[in-house]
Design a protein around this ligand. Sequence first.
Ligand SMILES: Nc1nc2c(ncn2[C@@H]2O[C@H](COP(=O)(O)OP(=O)(O)OP(=O)(O)O)[C@@H](O)[C@H]2O)c(=O)[nH]1
Length: 683
Amino acid sequence: MKNPSRLSHVRNIGVAAHVDAGKTTLTERILFYTGASYKIGEVHDGAAHMDYLAEEQRHGITITAAVTKAPWRDHLLQLIDTPGHVDFTIEVERAMRVLDGCILVLDGVRGVEPQTETVWRQRSHFKLPTLFFVNKMDRPGADFVRSLAAIRQRLKTEPAPITVPVMELGGVVHLIDQTLIRFTGEQGEMVIVEPCPDPLWVSLADLRESLLLAAAEIDDELAECVLANEAPAPEALRTAIRRGTLAGLLCPCYGGSALRNLGVQPLLDGVLDFLPAPLDRPPAIADLPDGAQESIHMSNDGPLAALAFKVQLWEGRRHVFARLYRGVLKPGDTVEFRTGDGRLQHEQVARLFEVDAGKKTRLDQAEAGQIVLLAGLRFAATGDTLCTPGHVLNLERIATHAPVLGLAIEPAAGTDEDKLLEILHKVQQEDPTLRVEEDPETGQRLLRGMGELHLQIVLERLEREFGLQVRSGRPAVAVRETIRRAARADALFAPPPISDPRQPDRMARVTVALEPLSRGAGERILLKPQILPTGSELTPAQSHAIEEAIKGALASGPLQGAQVLDLLVEVIEVELFGQGSTLEVLAAAAGKAMRQALESAQPALMHPIMRVEVVAPEVSLGVVLGDLQARQAIIQDTAPHGDQVAIQLEAALDTLLGYTTSLRSLTQGRGQFSMEFDRFDLC
Ligand SMILES: Nc1nc2c(ncn2[C@@H]2O[C@H](COP(=O)(O)OP(=O)(O)OP(=O)(O)O)[C@@H](O)[C@H]2O)c(=O)[nH]1
């Protein structure tokens, strides 16, 4: 990447999917065929190249997004393999943030699954051009056409079929080139391309037609050609499909089987043909300190703009993954950035690395478009924009979700307390969805995360990576509080009179009214009180003091000290007593009024409610449904799903703890489920 014009030959892409669709298996093939790795590591042997964390190998799943490089033809692919399990969605989200395009893998039997929809939403947020790989076409019940229909129906996008798998011939038919591509050799590495036999081509007329119609939507000339029943030139088709893909109007679809080494190389060609180079993407938008916005065009010229998208411990040391959008970065450079809480920081980048899964190689310079690993940064965290000092700007931050599950932990040996705290601090930096809190009443240390698997993996890492034995309690869900009825309270704050006669009495009175709001509304604060006795207005400092006091009261509800949500707080009246109503006194009066109002507004606990999809074999449907009803789940729908049945439901997270194990035993290991946080609600 020495020459910036080479950027047009870079494809910075991710592979994402529902858990178990075969992302890692596909990525292993991509690395092998591109020569980036010399052998194929299989997930089921715990040997996948990208799943390099011991926990990933043990659980057979991808946890951290790994970055790797793979040359294909005269291009360079920068690949990020992302996890499918919902507990690790943050990894998907921050990967999407720095990608230019993605491959979404579907299981050809199951089609579009719940997590496919989640990643689809995430990719849509960043408007990422997308290719589909319909995988596992070797499995009984796999159906390419049905998968295309599911893409159209459930994801509301136009699937443009490019290759159609023909398993019995060990190949795929390329619908643009009218060729049959077969994969032979020990691992499918020998690709034989021949004209597609006529009878086979005729049998695929419908699919070819839907490709032509999709392309015709993009290009008028092509539309005329299709209307006149003429066969368009392959290059014209490619150009139209590329245009449609970059504009997000259609998604090219490929079929095959990663495990059987079938159909992967044409997909790689598709990445070059249809996914954008960094320069094809719209410029990134950055916020400037004066509130204006600036478009950041991908270029080596100009001050640095790089997004830190991930912090990772590497051999116990803190490293930061960053993507450069503008400028170049060298070892020894100082970067300036604004932290999540608004402070301006600057620090020095000691070293730069290029990353290939578990290996890193030193670089003497990073350029726009590259994804690199930086050493030496102690403060830069996920979401910070690294800049040339004096040119600070902010690219859009990465959204994080509040953790919903927690467990109490303590070191097995009491003397390890400090070590535990230090390690948890490090691990937390890597993973913004992990929180460590202390229960103010019991003094217990709580580890909060996104789900059971997430927390379990953290505990395993503490032991393996840091040699620390910990004891943990049972997982407990995070709760929130709300109110059930409107209430009003009036509080006078008046500490015992101060004996000094030169000090006026320190007093203030605040009246607040609370009103319940609908679920998901969060908190709203209305600060337009009537001021007694003057009828004037609050100064900005007074408003700020009252607002902070209200937020403080809402952060710790009357029932369990949890955040109070879904209510409107209105400050109705404030009585000031001259100089004596200092900011502290005003805040104290507002806090007191809030606590009284919350107490009398029928406070109630809210639990995390999850949206769940269970997929189970038909024969186990009865027991699975019975068990779900016993867990008070609300069943919303059951529908055939490939060779199984999919059940959509809603349930409180509390009732789903340990469900993975129960489902496995109810279905002889065949059932699967995935869940996503929906809202906090009364149970
Ligand atoms: N029959 C068949 N099995 C496959 C195919 N591709 C992958 N598998 C198997 O499906 C399972 C899941 O594959 P992975 O590659 O780990 O899936 P993943 O999507 O990376 O899963 P996570 O990393 O856990 O999100 C493994 O047992 C694979 O061997 C395929 O084309 N055909």
